[in-house]
Design a protein around this ligand. Structure first.
Ligand code: KG4
Ligand code: ZN
Length: 302
């Protein structure tokens, strides 16, 4: 992360090289911390997409090598599905005693590369209802943070700054013809004009951060709840890196008439546990990958 912070974003070539350096130590540390040996593993689950091809290849090849060497089933996992399955590792919403999410469940996946509204009707069954027309929510946080001279990744920086005030400034919400789609590029341009002083005195940084965060959160929550209502979902799941944002977590929980399940921040940002959880369900369905399975950088969900 420090490496990418220096460049204000992820540099693909550097990311792949870092994966090469980190993969073995990370595997060793994971086994050690979990207190298990290679012999106690039942299967190897790995992300095959979406993502940067170079980084995906490093993980996929390591997983193939492990599966082949120890003679274990290999399970290919869609990274976005992985994010959703973090909810299977999370506690039940307060007041609910049901441990696992019930179907149909409306999932909002908000990460650095995706902003997807997905109706999940069963394990492995998805219907994408909405997506972003331009920037992903996390990408918008990162770009706005950069405009404001803040560090990378931008989400936590904006949240920290925004926490100092309640905004009086109201930024515009995008209007789109498709009811469950998102757009953050207009908002981003508006912030750029404000930062450059093109629309009068430059607002104080905390005020700007808070107004931007409020506009993003409002759009995400409003559309998620509309989609949940229109498709008769019985629960709502919020996942992906941006789901670590406490204002988004609170707003969705407070405004939703349905139970809302949000994994801890550590399970929302990218992690291996969510890939393992998803892989376990895929394995129950007998979905074992061949050792020549390829990576799919542009893989989608639903
Ligand atoms: O899911 P993730 O860890 O990686 C991807 O698959 O993209 O998401 C990373 C994104 C980044 O854009 C980062 O700025 C954003 O999640 N993020 C946040 C917060 N923590 C991470 N955005 C808003 N508020 C946060 N607290
Ligand atoms: Zn992710």
């Amino acid at each position: 992360m420090e490496l990418h912070a220096r460049y204000g974003g992820v540099v693909p070539e550097l990311a792949s090289r870092q994966h090469v350096e980190a993969i073995v130590p990370v595997l060793e540390e994971a086994l050690e911390r979990a207190g298990c040996t290679l012999e106690s593993i039942d299967a190897v689950a790995v992300t095959t997409g979406p993502g940067l091809a170079g980084a995906l290849l490093v993980g996929a090849n390591a997983a193939k090598a492990m599966a082949y060497a120890i003679d274990l089933p290999l399970v290919a996992v869609n990274h976005l599905e992985g994010h959703i399955y973090a909810a299977w590792l999370a506690d039940a919403p307060s007041g609910e005693d049901v441990r696992e999410p019930r179907f149909p469940v409306l999932c909002l996946i908000v990460s650095g590369g995706h902003t997807d509204l997905v109706l999940m009707t069963g394990h492995g069954r998805y219907r994408r209802l909405g997506e972003t027309a331009d920037d992903a929510a996390g990408e918008a946080f990162d770009k706005v943070a950069r405009m404001m001279g803040l560090g990378f990744p931008g989400g936590p920086e904006i949240e920290r700054l925004a926490g100092q005030v309640s905004p009086t400034l109201r930024l515009p919400r995008a209007r789109l013809s498709r009811p469950y789609d998102f757009s953050f590029s207009g908002l981003k341009s508006k912030v750029l004009r404000l930062v450059r002083g093109e629309e009068g005195p430059v607002p104080a940084a905390p005020e700007l951060a808070a107004a931007f965060q409020e506009a993003v959160v409002d759009a995400l929550v409003t559309k998620t709840l509309a989609a949940a209502r229109d498709h008769e979902a019985v629960e709502v799941i919020l996942v992906g890196g941006v789901a670590a944002n406490s204002v988004l977590r609170r707003s969705l929980s407070e405004r939703s008439p349905l139970p809302v399940r949000i994994p801890s921040a550590a399970l929302c940002t990218d992690n291996g546990a969510m890939i393992a959880a998803c892989g376990w369900w895929r394995l129950q369905d007998g979905e074992v990958a061949r050792l020549d399975v390829d990576v799919q950088p542009g893989l989608r969900i639903g």
